[in-house]
Ligand binder design. Structure first.
Ligand code: FAD
Length: 517
């Protein structure tokens, strides 16, 4: 343990500032690795791609990319690096779809493993009493959806965006509007196959190598590379009733969200949005939603106001439409939203789940997808959410936002506390996601520096007001901050690192541990 403790964040010699670009070249890459007998190959000509991510702020060049064809390619490579011992600086980052925000899937002068190359063996859907699908760690959730739907089945818990890999989201948690019912994605996994930092291939589950299984779930890639996952499935519906309503009073909004998640299976999906100073909001919604009361909705003025949108969805099959509509009507009658703001829509199950991809296509066409994304994801205990809302929406962000702000409650009891993910110490806590996009080189309120300053004000407020906030998709640069993040779980986290990746080879981009040099 002392050996690994000594290596924790001894102070990286890489300056972790925004818009960083590091230098590297393939001469950093040990020649002995090139002689390994593997099914896939190492590549050296597209290193820049592996030095980018969705956040578009950090760029660390690796010395090589491994495009594995088999699990044994990954195991052989890591075992070789492990056997090179602490004298070698080489680290290894699994790269899923590269949708991290601050270089978490990058490896400065190290080796990036392109997990999407690991496609085989084929996805396998088991349609028994407890249905599941076996997938590669590099499989995209959108492909899992399409494959399982062929059997009338689908995973239970999702992320809002499906062009992410299983290994990437299971290393974090995988949270969306279904998590209040089913828990996040890490609560819906039966088994994993993992390659540890020593190059061992280990199958693990609740019953077999349970410590590794739970460590890896939410483990920020620190304990092993997920090469296969067995994901729990349920019968899929064909259609989704998608509903949005507005509130001007945060207390009423939060009360209704908490009421709905307490009913359990009232809706299949519950999220929320903070809407700050939008012009013609309800008119914009009309392209995809129908207002219940078109006249009143057309007169509703959202300009200059801070509003809270409760978003709900109910899955159904066409032959159940009447009963579903009755249930929805009864549930809506229990809520206190502004009555003229009820908007309804019916879409296919796939269209609903893949909704963010539709926005991606539009943003890409305008060149607005590959901009810096200074996102901030926070988990706030229910007892502090009102203080948080008052200061953040009423003061820090008064009048402006630079992208969607999501806010919705989750239940801690839907999470297994043996997993590595860190959440606040209360049964109900809120995910608050500031999904900002920055306009490159703007010095105004939509520029990167301004948004980062706002993010810092929010983080500082959480700290000084002792909100008990935890970051989701956490990003820290010092050992002290990581210690505070993990709190009483820090020692156990170090112990696991020492057991499964003692040389700190894996996931260097998280900047928790530094490989001994
Ligand atoms: P990468 O960014 O490639 O990797 C993430 C981390 O996991 C890295 O440290 C990497 O080394 C490690 N890793 C990758 N693959 C493996 C593996 N097989 N085994 C072990 N470690 C691995 N998150 C949510 O929870 N809910 C959402 O609704 C949501 N929506 C999003 C929408 C968009 C548009 C974007 C860009 C992100 C969203 N995220 C959401 C965040 C997303 O879950 C994380 O950024 C996730 O890490 C991205 O997955 P990826 O496959 O791109 O992983």
């Amino acid at each position: 343990l002392s050996c690994i403790t000594a290596r924790i964040n001894l102070g990286s010699n890489i300056p972790f500032t925004t818009l960083s670009v590091s230098r590297s070249d393939s001469s950093d890459f040990p020649s002995s690795l090139k002689t390994l007998s593997i099914d896939g190959h190492f590549s050296f000509d597209d290193l820049h791609h592996a030095a980018r991510d969705f956040g578009n702020r950090y760029q660390y060049l690796p010395s090589a990319i491994l495009r594995p064809k088999s699990v044994s390619d990954i195991a052989t490579t890591i075992k070789h690096i492990w056997q090179m011992g602490p004298a070698s600086e080489l680290t290894v980052a699994a790269r899923g779809h590269g949708h991290s925000l601050q270089g978490q899937a990058q490896a400065h002068r190290g080796l990036v493993i392109n997990m999407e190359s690991l496609r085989g063996p084929e996805m396998y859907v088991h349609a028994g009493k407890l249905p599941y699908v076996d997938v590669s760690g590099g499989e995209l959730w959108i492909n899992i959806l399409h494959e399982s739907l062929k059997y009338g089945l689908a995973p239970k818990s999702w992320t809002d965006y499906l062009h992410l890999t299983t290994g990437g989201t299971l290393s974090n948690a995988g949270i969306s509007g279904q998590a209040f019912r089913h828990g996040p994605q890490i609560s819906n996994v039966y088994q994993l196959e993992v390659v540890t930092g020593k190059g061992e291939v280990v199958n693990c589950s609740e019953k077999q190598n349970a410590d590794l299984f739970y460590s890896v779930l939410g483990g920020l890639g620190q304990f092993g590379i997920i090469t296969r996952a067995r994901i729990s499935l349920e019968p899929a519906s064909k259609m989704v009733k998608w509903i949005r309503v507005l509130y001007s009073d945060f207390s009423l909004f939060a009360k209704d969200q908490e009421h709905l998640i307490s009913i359990g299976n009232a809706f299949d999906y519950i999220e929320g949005l903070v809407i700050i100073n939008k012009t013609g909001l309800l008119n914009n919604w009309r392209s995809s939603f129908n207002p219940q009361d078109p006249l009143q909705a057309s007169q509703f003025n959202s300009e200059g106001r801070t509003l809270f949108c409760l978003e709900m969805a109910k899955n159904f099959n066409p032959d159940e439409t009447d009963i579903m509509n009755q249930e929805v009507e009864s549930l809506l009658s229990q809520l206190s939203y502004i009555s003229s703001t009820l908007f309804l829509s019916e879409v296919s199950y796939t269209e609903f789940l893949d909704r963010v991809h539709a926005s991606e296509i539009k943003l890409r066409a305008k060149g607005l997808w590959e901009v810096p994304h200074p996102w901030l994801n926070l988990l706030i205990p229910k007892s502090k959410i009102h203080a948080f809302a008052e200061e953040v929406f009423g003061n820090i962000l008064k009048g402006t936002s630079n992208g969607p702000i999501l806010i919705y409650p989750l239940n801690k009891s839907k999470l297994d506390n043996r997993t590595s993910v860190v959440v606040p110490d209360e049964e109900i806590f809120y995910l608050v996601a500031f999904l900002s996009s920055a306009v490159p080189s703007s010095m105004a309120t939509d520029g990167l520096e301004h948004i980062l300053t706002q993010n810092k004000r929010i983080l500082d407020f959480c700290e000084t007001a002792h909100l008990g906030m935890k970051q989701y998709l956490p990003h820290y640069t010092t050992q002290k901050e990581w210690r505070v993040h993990f709190g009483s779980r820090w020692e156990a986290f170090i112990q696991k690192k020492s057991a499964y990746d003692p040389l700190a080879i894996l996931a260097p981009g998280q900047r928790i541990f530094q490989k001994a040099i």
